[in-house]
Design a protein around this ligand. Structure first.
Ligand code: ZN
Length: 459
């Protein structure tokens, strides 16, 4: 009997608990409120790449032949293949951002390292590929001296590419820096502040009256204060720093990141080492003490496109970062973030029949989209497949130490795949050569057979 009462009481207790759970759930999150919460959450997707380089062989590749190398006619250069397989990924971003590590020129004397002067039309291809913002502040900002700084700014302005980091003079810096970008996504406007600094300019002094932003604590703190006055949703700093070819961040990068984070910068994106360095996060008290915020740093995104051959310089990241704005509280926080591995592929590099540079094709390959079939469209040979696979595996393991997420890009995401082809003239030349070689072989074979036959008849 006592047992029955006990079970009855237990049954009542469970029922009342269930009722409580149901009624609590209904009371605390009514349907209408749920919709309001969902409606007040807005997202923007930012994508970043690292160093966009302009080495001599890249210029030769775009020119296609020696005569075009000094051309002032921008139609003589083609950079389309560089972006062919990443363009659809770039277009998925609400803002696409990269570091332009070269100066633009229309003077006909285009050069690679150590003074990067790339034909103006390269910027048009960047625009077409989907770049919205380019940072111009790096150790190569002064490669074209005053002309280079001013002309690069003019070309980007003409094309409507937003840029920051270098300025024609103090007045321009005062009125345009920090860069404030207002971007509307699905009816919600995100107001973002961008900062851009470099450790130096390869010993080339910045020609007066131009300005190249340097990593200087006092100036950076003043700039952050100016940015805050504009009341941005978030502050993003893009920094050119670190040690070349180091896979891990230098202590100076850690120090600068901490300084920026502690003073209100939320996102720090780095480049210059030409290799990938870790992506790390930390949590900080909000300045208004309403809670914690996550802050993020990508110490180096590596090269986007270049002609560098040192270990690990042939791979870089597209870093995708989601920002989430709550329009009810007016707070913006860091949401999902992931990386896409992009391998710099030089099609034709190992074909001895082709002319170095002129007949090569530089292209940025999203690894996951092509690693199952690198031959059909990309015509990779075994050596190239091995190079792409081994550096990708290495970088996955490296970034995995800090739990960075890789996004798998499916081939279907890239739309119609236009395969690479050997430059038309060269293809014909090679075909002709191979044909005549075959004919020569045939003739030779025929002669030998003839001789054999004649020998046979004579013997
Ligand atoms: Zn650099």
């Amino acid at each position: 009997m006592t047992n029955n009462i006990y079970f009855f009481l237990l049954f009542c207790l469970i029922c009342s608990c269930n009722n409580n759970i149901n009624s609590d759930t209904e009371n605390t999150i009514p349907l209408v409120d749920t919709m309001l919460v969902v409606d007040s959450i807005h997202r923007i997707k930012l994508s970043f790449v690292g160093d966009i380089m302009g080495h001599a062989n890249q210029i030769r590749s775009a020119a296609g032949n020696r005569e075009n190398l000094r051309s002032r006619d921008m139609k003589d250069f083609n950079y389309e293949p560089c972006f062919r397989y990443v363009k659809p990924i770039f277009k998925q971003a609400d803002l696409m951002i990269g570091n332009l590590e070269l100066t633009l020129s229309n003077k006909g004397k285009y050069t690679g390292y150590p003074f990067f002067k790339t034909p103006d039309v390269f910027a048009r291809y960047l625009k077409n590929a989907g770049f919205d913002i380019l940072t111009t502040c790096n150790n190569h900002s002064n490669d074209g001296f005053l002309y280079g700084i001013e002309h690069t700014i003019d070309v980007l302005d003409t094309l409507g590419i937003i840029h920051t980091g270098t300025f024609k003079d103090q007045n321009e810096r005062d009125s345009l820096y920090p860069l404030i970008v207002e971007k509307e996504v699905d009816g919600t406007t995100f107001k973002l502040a961008f900062l851009n600094y470099t450790y130096g300019t390869n010993g080339i002094p910045t020609p007066s009256p131009a300005i190249v932003n340097l990593i200087e604590k006092k100036q950076m703190l003043l700039d952050i204060a100016t940015a805050k006055k504009a009341k941005p949703d978030l502050i993003i700093a893009i920094i050119h720093w670190g040690n070349e070819y180091w896979l891990n961040e230098h202590t100076s990068q850690v120090r600068t990141t901490k300084l920026l984070w502690e003073n209100g910068v939320d996102v720090v994106i780095g480049a210059h080492p030409h290799v990938i360095e870790p992506i790390k996060t930390d949590t900080f008290w909000r300045e208004d003490s309403t809670g914690f915020d996550e802050k993020i740093v990508a110490y180096s995104l590596g090269n986007f496109i270049s002609n560098q051959y040192r270990p690990n310089t042939d791979i870089g990241l597209i870093f995708e970062l989601e920002l989430i704005k709550n329009s009810k509280t007016n707070q913006t926080v860091i949401g999902n973030h992931n990386y896409i591995l992009v391998w710099r592929y030089i099609f034709g590099r190992y074909n001895r029949k082709l002319r170095e540079g002129f007949d090569w094709t530089y292209t940025a390959v999203p690894v996951t989209a092509f690693e199952n079939d690198p031959k059909t469209a990309l015509l990779m040979n075994e050596r190239e497949i091995e190079a792409m696979n081994s550096v990708s595996t290495k970088m996955r393991a490296h970034l995995g130490k800090w739990q960075s997420k890789e996004r798998i890009v499916k081939l279907e995401e890239l739309g119609t795949i236009v395969p690479l082809i050997i430059p038309h003239n060269e293809e014909q030349k090679i075909e002709k050569k191979e044909k005549s070689e075959k004919q020569d072989n045939k003739k030779e074979k025929g002669n030998k057979e003839e001789n054999f036959e004649s020998k046979k008849t004579t013997s």
